[in-house]
Write a protein that binds this ligand. Structure first.
Ligand code: F0G
Length: 357
């Protein structure tokens, strides 16, 4: 499978013969979600961006940003990150054979993302500060040193990420009324809107933020953002104005969802649709369920990252009261761990227990 740059070269700032650093990103699944559609009262599709090579949508922007950096002769990359940008930058840097440093908020990134950055050989710097502080620092760093900044303040990131909008229009024959998307640093919503407008499409852009990290909803930066959705624990988005413009110009909007709503949507997708995304991604679905689709007949929820990124939050659901209630209501007996002796009778009770034989 060709990567994005080869597939969409005529719409991207790359000439034939330019170096391309690719891991075969893009062309991710778009799946109809029947139970979610029923609950939302409208036709809902999920774009599984967790199916990208490093497990998140960041790879779309990263193939573009790293290819451009290599074209410019960069020897090193840097980014601030809540985890996914770090994992993606580290992978593409490894692929390109350049060095990479990632600045992450200490103790606040999901385990899978840390494992990725380390395995790809990045220098991982655990900042005693949040993402917003990390981004402010790397911007200064990149001004002083010959090191390429691959956060979404980098235009090439947005260019690569806009290809997700092209894929949606191709898959749905241009018939898409609304896009539900989690908003953190606001690069992705900016990129989708650019992609849609370049193709003459104007679906409503429905952005959702975690209630404890919702600067766009409140209209001012949040000094100490907090949410279980660590990927979007951001208080001062770099693409603030472009995100607001996308939502306003498209007749969409921005709203907040609580951590409880996010986790409930996260569990619903996994148990009812077979889709395991990370908590931040589920904010799109939580937002749709909590705030509705504003007369949209067909909406797409962008599921930005894979559930395996954050195994700790998944395992914690075992003890979550909301999860326990849902398990009881579903009556399927799943989602919990049953210890068992290694003998047939015990296995029979464990497997068949509570079910008519
Ligand atoms: N979903 C996931 C899984 C993310 O990792 C991010 C951002 C977002 C949504 C929000 O996208 O920032 O373009 O509005 N993660 C960045 C990172 C900040 O460092 O990995 P956005």
């Amino acid at each position: 499978m060709h990567g994005l740059i080869e597939r969409y070269r005529e719409r991207l700032p790359f000439a034939p013969g330019d170096p391309v650093v690719s891991l075969g990103e893009g062309a991710t699944p778009l799946v109809l979600a029947p139970r979610l559609s029923e609950r939302a009262g409208t036709e809902v599709w999920c774009k599984l961006e967790g199916a990208n090579p490093t497990g998140s949508f960041k790879d779309r922007g990263m193939t573009s940003a790293v290819s451009a950096a290599v074209r410019e002769g960069a020897r090193a990359l840097v980014c601030a990150s809540t985890g996914n940008t770090a994992a993606s930058a580290a992978a593409y840097a490894a692929r390109a054979g350049v060095r990479c440093a990632v600045i992450v908020p200490e103790g606040k990134i999901a385990t899978g993302k840390l494992a990725q950055a380390l395995m790809h050989g990045a220098r991982v710097i655990a900042l005693r500060g949040n993402f917003d502080a990390a981004l402010a620092l790397v911007r200064q760093l990149a001004e002083r040193h010959p090191i390429s900044l691959v956060n979404s303040v980098n235009e090439f990131r947005i260019e690569g990420q806009k290809t997700a909008a092209f894929e949606l229009l191709e898959s749905l024959d241009g018939e898409i009324d609304g896009l539900c998307i989690p908003v953190g640093n606001a690069g992705n919503i900016t990129a989708y809107w650019r992609g849609f407008t370049e193709m003459g499409a104007r679906p409503r852009m429905l952005g959702f933020q975690a209630a404890g990290a919702a600067p766009l909803v409140h209209g001012h930066p949040i000094e100490h953002p907090e949410t279980v959705a660590s990927a979007i624990r951001i208080g001062n988005p770099a693409r603030w104005e472009q995100a607001m413009n996308a939502m306003t110009a498209s007749g969409g909007g921005v709203a907040a969802v609580s951590d409880e709503q996010i986790l409930s949507a996260y569990r619903f997708l996994a148990s009812e649709e077979g889709i395991f995304c990370e908590p931040a991604s589920a904010a799109s679905v939580a937002g749709l369920l909590a705030h509705g689709a504003r007369d949209c007949r067909r909406v797409v929820c962008v599921l930005t990252g894979h559930g395996l990124k954050d195994p700790d939050t998944a395992i914690e659901q075992l003890d979550d009261p909301g999860a326990t209630r849902e398990r009881a209501a579903a009556g399927r007996g799943g989602g919990s761990v049953t210890p068992c002796e290694a003998e047939l009778g015990a296995i029979e009770r464990a497997v068949m227990g509570g079910e008519p034989s």
